[in-house]
Design a protein around this ligand. Structure first.
Ligand code: B12
Ligand code: SF4
Ligand code: SF4
Length: 362
């Protein structure tokens, strides 16, 4: 291991990351699947995923298009699992499900970026410290939002394998991991090389995630169609959600954890030591009526510095209406009746659908 690589890993550990590794900036074979994924329409309305360069090539299909100066990618991962039950255990029909990753007191983008910056600073210090004429060094930190398929680089940094549910899974830590990347112009010793293979795919013959996905969003192993994914539908999708997918959404109101909850590699997943990921009060299995009736002021207050803001208030209320329709609980009928007149059409229309579903159930 080169000295710089060792310094980076020590800095990542000191910053609170559970795992860190270095991948070459080169195009890995998995990136070849990206254009086909876009061409199949699996990104739906996530336009940023479809961004192209001046030559008309998809930016995310190669780092050389967006950061030709990059030689290595430092990938850091942090465990966000807290010791709360999985979404596969939610018997109370009055409550919904917010994804594990979104319970946190602080938005994970900020939590991970802050730590990445510490690692970046240590790298700069190691390269520049003591030089009167500093050598050239370019770095860039991304958490989620950069034009890079992070999981592919995580695999080649030795963080884990890409599971059939498309998540990065580490044999010891499971998949409740956030990723953050630092692109660097330095040629660093990679964790995966000709003599050191990436973590083997330990999915084996298992297909639990594919079988458990209620909307059949994992259309084939390692291929997820966002159009059908509850995570996409509840967080990113604006306006009405296609009717044929609503029943499968169950009581999910923000994100979805099912394909990770059923994964055997998460059965004994360790719990995070990062205090920022401790849940805010009320977010683990939230009361559906609370979400559906939330005022703009309450929404702002409850979700300040939370990733849940991304769904917007009307999106969250739309999701809560659908969840009430899927609850089998006729006590929601008066509230749904009220929502059928909501000023937001997607909320009103979802409430009408939910009311009809509950009446049919009854
Ligand atoms: C867009 C996006 C989404 C979309 C699309 C998800 C998807 N699977 O593509 C939606 C909104 C649905 C989503 C959901 C979630 N997301 Co998201 N998302 C992203 C984002 C911004 C881009 C992902 C991307 O490039 N997708 C394009 C596809 C093609 O890439 P991919 O799924 O990674 O697929 C590669 C491999 O599967 C590979 N491949 C490997 N072997 C094989 C074999 C074959 C035969 C084939 C065909 C392909 C193949 O090909 C692809 C690369 O070309 C990343 C951040 C980033 N910049 O990377 C976060 C990211 C992937 N998301 C993350 C998280 C936490 C989630 C959720 C858990 C949130 C939630 N609870 O609701 C779910 C998980 C759903 C799931 N099973 O993936 C984490 C994942 C961490 C991890 N442990 O893997 C990331 C890395 C964010 C972060 N910085 O931590 N997400
Ligand atoms: S996150 Fe939920 S809906 Fe999306 S693929 Fe996984 S199980 Fe299916
Ligand atoms: S549930 Fe099974 S197939 Fe799916 S990611 Fe986990 S180990 Fe792989």
């Amino acid at each position: 291991m080169s000295t710089l690589a060792a310094i980076i890993k020590r800095a990542a550990e000191a910053a609170g990351f559970d795992l860190a590794g270095i991948a070459p900036a080169a195009d890995a074979p998995e990136l070849q699947h990206f254009p086909a994924w876009i061409a199949a329409g699996h990104a739906d309305e996530m336009e940023y995923m479809k961004a192209r360069d001046d030559q008309g090539e998809l930016k995310r299909s190669s780092l050389s298009r967006v950061a030709p100066w990059a030689r290595s990618v430092v990938v850091c991962a942090i465990n966000y699992n807290t010791g709360h039950p999985y979404s596969t255990h939610m018997p109370d029909p009055n409550r919904g499900w917010i994804s594990r990753y979104a319970w946190s007191r602080e938005d994970y983008h900020d939590v991970v970026l802050r730590r990445l910056k510490e690692v970046e600073a240590a790298l700069h210090q190691a390269v520049w410290g003591g030089h009167s004429c500093p050598p050239t060094l370019t770095t860039r930190c991304y958490v989620d939002t950069g034009p890079i398929v992070e999981r592919v680089f995580a695999k080649y940094a030795g963080v884990g394998w890409i599971g059939k549910n498309t998540c990065i899974i580490n044999q010891k830590k499971g998949s409740w991991l956030f990723l953050g990347v630092i692109l660097t112009s330095l040629e660093l010793a990679p964790d995966v090389s000709a003599s050191n293979a990436p973590a083997p795919d330990r999915c084996g013959t298992c297909t639990r995630c594919i079988a458990a996905c209620p909307t059949d969003a994992i259309v084939a192993p390692y291929q997820l169609d966002s159009n059908k994914c509850i995570s996409y539908l509840t967080i990113e999708k604006r306006g009405s959600i296609p009717e044929d997918l609503r029943a499968g959404m169950g009581r999910h109101v923000f994100g979805c954890d099912i394909c990770q909850d059923v994964c055997p590699w998460n059965r004994k997943a360790p719990v995070t030591t990062a205090p920022e990921f401790e849940p805010r009060p009320g977010l683990v299995k939230p009361v559906l009526a609370w979400l559906a009736e939330m005022s703009a002021e309450e929404f702002r207050e409850a979700f300040r510095r939370s990733p849940i803001r991304r769904a917007r208030r009307d999106g969250l209320r739309r999701n809560a209406a659908i969840a009430m329709g899927n609850s089998g609980n006729p006590e929601f009928l008066p509230l749904l009746e009220k929502l059928t007149d909501d000023e937001d059409e997607s909320v009103a229309e979802s409430a009408r659908w939910a009311r009809a579903r509950l009446q049919k159930d009854g």
